[in-house]
Design a protein around this ligand. Structure first.
Ligand code: 5AD
Ligand code: SF4
Length: 479
């Protein structure tokens, strides 16, 4: 007897993983799979994993351990690990969890449908991973990190009117703490024609906001003959597409934040004025050990460029605290950098040593856990105070938001019915909530801001003002 195949997929990690899961679901739906809402209901269970920090990996291994009993009781179910941890650990995933059927790296996801068929046909566990960074010719390594982006499925996105669009895969920056160049392979810009075609398809599907994604999205380059296409060119091309109302791009590399790019963002009204440009540390010594390729003075110059060309821009950053050899003085320099740059928000992480990185090879992970935690809390407090102060500037202002749907609070409270707390984002990526109507979802609306916290602006949607002088009256009524 044939029955519908059901898939449960759990995703952790960055935007790349969110997009990869969307693609895998789209390709499996084409094979007749339906999405299950729980592990119990599914006959295929996939974990899309992240390797950036150890903690994220341990959680996946714990989840797998919990599923051992279920898998042994139901050997017909398929259990798979995909994403960065699959690429990094490869055979070690089977060694730690021998009941796993499938291990697939992020560069081999297009093979998942076939591999699942093989498993069902009794061919045993399957693994598909890309070549390591020293395991072949440059061309072979590049080819082994493939994407299969054109398959889009609006139903898998958090909202049908917002989408990620991958413009670049991999990374060649080799920051010493980071595993990404190993798991996602060499930096490769995608063909601009494919990118534009995908954006057009997204617009046809009703998508209004596109976020270009790449590990260092502003380093994007695609050379063909004499012509080199850069991020600014892509923004111009996609800006022309009717139906697209907002364009964003993440994550940026400080050194490649050129005047030309900033000027393009300034000149194109659909471009969001939100820039995520991780600084990672405020100490030149630490930046050098991280091999970030810039000094704090370069970073401040970049901030000056942004403030000059895009005075209304919102900038956010990432920081790693407790990197190898980070002294109290180094850390205080990071605090000072945050105070000087006044980011909209910062994502702060405790250093997690990653086997396979240069950092793990060269330096000792010598900062005690409690010191890392204290620095994390301290930096977060400094940033939160700035975020709150920064949000004050919007009090009494009218801001245009793209309505994403009911707010987290509304969902948590289990509010139902059309009237509930709604949530949207401004052009500079501020989160706004208001008492609204679910029918507002997907629209651009003006919201008047009357209160704020560090992370959220509170407002109200004004009913359309009726100004007698703009009402078009039939001519026979006019005197
Ligand atoms: N430990 C802690 N944080 C890390 N990041 C990357 N690698 C590590 C690591 N080994 C952080 C960086 C990066 C963000 C996505 O994750 O701040 O910008
Ligand atoms: Fe990792 Fe650095 Fe590349 Fe970002 S730029 S993905 S931190 S190696």
């Amino acid at each position: 007897m044939t029955h519908t195949k059901t898939l449960y997929i759990e995703t952790v990690g960055c935007q790349m993983n969110v997009l990869d899961s969307e693609m895998v679901v789209a390709s499996l739906k084409r094979q007749g799979y339906e999405l299950a809402t729980s592990i119990e209901q599914a006959d295929t269970i996939l974990f899309n994993t992240c390797s950036v920090r150890e903690h994220a990996e341990e959680k996946v291994y714990n989840n797998l351990a919990h599923l051992k009993k279920m898998k042994l009781a139901h050997p017909e179910k398929t259990l798979g690990v995909m994403g960065c941890m699959a690429q990094k650990d490869q055979q070690a995933v089977f060694d730690r969890a021998p009941y796993v059927d499938l291990v697939v790296g992020p560069g081999q996801l297009h093979r998942i449908p076939d591999l699942l068929t093989k498993i069902r046909d009794g061919e045993g566990p399957q693994m598909a991973v890309s070549l390591g960074r020293r395991d072949g010719s440059q061309a072979d390594i590049r080819r082994s990190h493939e994407t299969f982006d054109p398959l889009r499925d609006p139903a898998m996105r958090p909202t049908p009117f917002q989408a990620y669009l991958r413009i670049q895969i991999g990374c060649d920056k080799f920051c010493t703490y980071c595993i990404v160049p190993m798991t996602r392979g060499p930096e490769q810009g995608r063909d601009p024609q494919l990118i534009v075609a995908e954006a057009q398809e997204l617009a046809r599907q009703g998508c209004k906001e596109i976020t270009f994604i790449g590990q260092t999205v502003n380093s994007y380059k695609y050379a063909e003959g004499e012509k080199t296409t850069r991020l600014a060119d892509l923004l111009e091309m996609v800006h022309e597409i009717e139906g697209i109302e907002r364009l964003k791009f993440v994550t940026n590399y400080p050194k490649d934040m050129t005047r030309e790019l900033l000027q393009t963002v300034h000149d194109l009204p659909k471009c969001s004025t939100y820039l995520h440009v991780p600084a990672q540390s405020g100490s030149d010594e630490v930046l050098k050990r991280m091999k970030r390729g810039y000094t704090t003075s370069d970073y401040f110059d970049m901030m000056d460029r942004i403030n000059e060309i895009l005075p209304d821009a919102s900038i956010s950053s990432d920081f790693i605290v407790g990197f190898c050899g980070e002294t109290e003085e180094d850390f205080q320099k990071t605090v000072q950098l945050v105070e000087r740059c006044r980011f909209k928000n910062s994502f702060i992480f405790k250093y997690s040593e990653r086997p396979g990185t240069r950092g793990a090879e060269l330096f000792e992970d010598d900062i005690p856990e409690e010191v890392k935690s204290r620095r994390n809390v301290e930096l977060l407090a400094v940033q939160d105070a700035i975020s709150l102060e920064d949000n004050m500037q919007f009090l009494g202002k009218r801001m245009t938001v793209l309505v994403e749907g009911p707010s987290k609070v509304s969902i948590k409270k289990g509010e139902s019915g059309p009237i509930r707390q709604m949530m949207g984002r401004t052009n500079c990526d501020r989160i706004v909530v208001w008492e609204g109507n679910e029918r507002q979802t997907g629209n651009m609306l003006p919201v008047l801001i009357h209160d704020t916290g560090a992370f959220t602006l509170f407002g109200s949607v004004e009913t359309a003002e009726i100004k007698p002088d703009v009402i078009e009256m039939p001519s026979f009524i006019r005197s």
